[in-house]
Design a protein around this ligand. Sequence first.
Ligand code: GSH
Length: 224
Amino acid sequence: MISKVQVVGASMSTFTRTIRMALEYVKVPYEQISAFPHSEEIKQYNAFGKLPALLIPGRPKPMVETLVMRTFIDATYGNDKTRLTPLDLESQLNVNFWISSVSDHVFKNLIFGVAKPREMMEKRNESEEAIQERLSKSMPLALRTLAHLNDEYMNSEGPYLCGDQITWADLYLYPCMADMFSLPETQQFKQVAPKIWIWYQHFEQLDLAKNTYSGSVAQQRASL
Ligand SMILES: N[C@@H](CCC(=O)N[C@@H](CS)C(=O)NCC(=O)O)C(=O)O
């Protein structure tokens, strides 16, 4: 029997960071249990081997899929001051646009298109020239994706993605962009997405971003 909320995941996992930031935001104390994707540690909770899993005291079934966790966190811990899903329909549609776009396009085109191949090639000690050659195939789509997101954000007054309140949209996009803006390609990202860069710089000053920075890909790269 656990007595505290537990997040089973890895500090470098963006989805794990999303859920940790949400718990920070709604002020629910939690502990992190370290697990890597497809490890035995995570498979005891999630047969798909994906991170994170969320364990709640008194609930026998571990929660998997951030959509499920999101629904639970909103319903259980959200209040007037800490509402990550806005009440009105238009704002909810907007928040869902961002979450879905991050889970699909940002992951496919930026994380798997650029960040992961770069990381793998660096680990194999491949030359910067070879990395650039490989990334030249995926950068155009990555940049177009960011430019589209930047256009989308032009409709918002900010400083958050969906207006003047933090929502799940910020919590899904931030960990991915923190990793992307830590890459040598960052200048190109900033150029095509200047408003996203401004949003990012504001968001990284928040405690919930600072408290979940350690162990992230961004932090690992900064300490190289
Ligand atoms: N749909 C899942 C996605 C979770 C996910 O993809 N997590 C990554 C870590 S950030 C993972 O476990 N990747 C391993 C893999 O895709 O095999 C959710 O929302 O929880």
